[in-house]
Unconditional design. Structure first.
Length: 275
């Protein structure tokens, strides 16, 4: 036992083979039209680094700027996943494919997107497709493998275009991402996990907008009871209401640790072990 401890100390001192740290970086936290077009917050999606597999989700406007600024290297990405074709989730997908394939010099990386983002009016340029290692259409209830990571798209969301959230599994952790959606009870049945990331655009629900509100977040957190919930993708009303104060209130009301994402925030999944 002592021997093992000593050798691990030596490894740390030598700086070799430090265990990979699983992280989720929030490239931006703006959501929907107005917060994104005015860039009151940055936008650009989520960058996952899990078990040495890097995955980009929802490369919205500014993804190339935010990722390079944070020294995240697109040529290390194994895949890009687009939850749906709306601009705030897909605007930078072409430039990120170009970066992932090292300016189209290397054939590498995979792309996952709903069929309606790939077919009738594709958001991905045809000249980039041959540079990819594969393109897969997301479907309800399917599972996918990227390197050491698997993910499922449990349900199709209620949203004006074909939209999926995801549940990711790493060797040690499970977390869910509820992309844009109108509230439905299916969300509470489908996204169990230790960590729940939710796109909360609205301070208050509006019947004519297919997005989640703070009241929806409270209900979903209470039903799913993750170890930690992170709110992101804020619309103008959310931003003006100070998301970090809303997160604090939700923590008190639900007894679950709720965080409001910040532009550039890096969440380490090891934090779930002590939550
Ligand atoms: Zn949307």
């Amino acid at each position: 036992m002592l021997k093992v401890q000593q050798s691990s100390i030596v490894t740390q001192v030598m700086g070799n083979e430090s265990p990979p740290v699983d992280t989720i970086t929030f490239l931006g936290t703006a959501g929907a039209r107005f917060a994104v077009t005015k860039q009151v917050l940055a936008s650009g999606g989520l960058w996952l680094d899990l078990d040495d597999t890097e995955i980009l989700i929802d490369p919205g406007p500014g993804c190339i700027v935010q990722s390079t600024k944070r020294k995240l290297r697109a040529e290390k990405l194994s895949a890009i996943i687009v939850s749906h074709r709306h601009l705030d989730h897909s605007a930078d997908v072409n430039i990120m494919i170009e970066a992932m394939t090292q300016g189209r010099l290397k054939q590498r990386g995979r792309l996952f997107a709903p069929a309606d983002a790939l077919e009738s009016e594709p958001v991905i340029f045809s000249y980039l497709r041959d540079c990819l290692d594969g393109i897969e259409a997301l479907r309800e209830g399917k599972s996918y493998q990227i390197g050491n990571i698997s993910f499922t798209t449990p349900i199709r969301h209620i949203h004006p275009v074909e939209t999926y959230g995801m549940i990711f599994k790493t060797a040690a952790h499970t977390f869910s991402y509820i992309a844009d959606s109108r509230y439905s009870d299916d969300l509470c049945r489908s996204y169990a996990g230790e960590l729940l990331i939710m796109n909360i655009v609205l301070l208050e629900a509006k019947h004519y907008i297919d997005h989640l509100s703070v009241a929806d977040a409270r209900h979903i957190i209470t039903e799913l009871r993750p170890k930690v919930a992170i709110l992101t993708h804020f619309g103008m009303t959310m931003w003006q209401a100070k998301p970090w104060e809303i997160a604090q209130r939700l923590s008190q009301e639900t007894g679950i640790k709720v965080l409001a994402a910040r532009d550039g925030m890096k969440f380490e999944l090891s934090q779930l072990d002590s939550a």
